[in-house]
Design a protein. Structure first.
Length: 127
């Protein structure tokens, strides 16, 4: 059975050495963990930009397939039409897509997320 020491002069709180030891451990963890955290953020931005490019490529492929199946869909392979089709991919915040369709053969796609970009191309299957 444990007896309670009521009113006895015991140790109250932590010693200075214990506090310093905890702060040193927290400092070491911060030095190790913080750079890894920022690296993960950059990796996530890079993956998001790659996802935007893939979404735009899919949008262009779907538009092309719809045009082949249904001529009233109105998809054309001119530069203006490809740019308009690419812009149908919805983005928000600090992310955006830029399509550069220089010819009827395809488009170059740039996906931007918070300053990180990724690029890809879409080639006209008939091109």
């Amino acid at each position: 059975m444990v007896k309670a020491r009521i009113g006895s002069p015991g140790q109250q709180g932590f010693t200075l050495i214990e506090i310093i030891a905890v702060l040193v451990i927290l400092g070491i963890l911060a030095v190790v963990a913080v750079p890894k955290y920022f690296s993960l953020q950059d990796d996530a931005r890079r993956a998001a930009a790659q996802g935007l490019v893939a979404a735009a490529q899919s949008q262009l492929s779907l538009g092309y397939a719809n045009q082949k199946l249904n001529s009233s869909y109105g998809f054309a392979t001119t530069a203006t039409a490809l740019n308009a089709e690419c812009q149908k991919v919805s983005v928000s915040g600090n992310a955006y897509i830029r399509c550069d369709a220089g010819s009827n053969n395809g488009a170059t796609i740039q996906g931007y997320v918070d300053g990180v970009n990724n690029s890809g191309v879409w080639n006209n299957p008939e091109g």
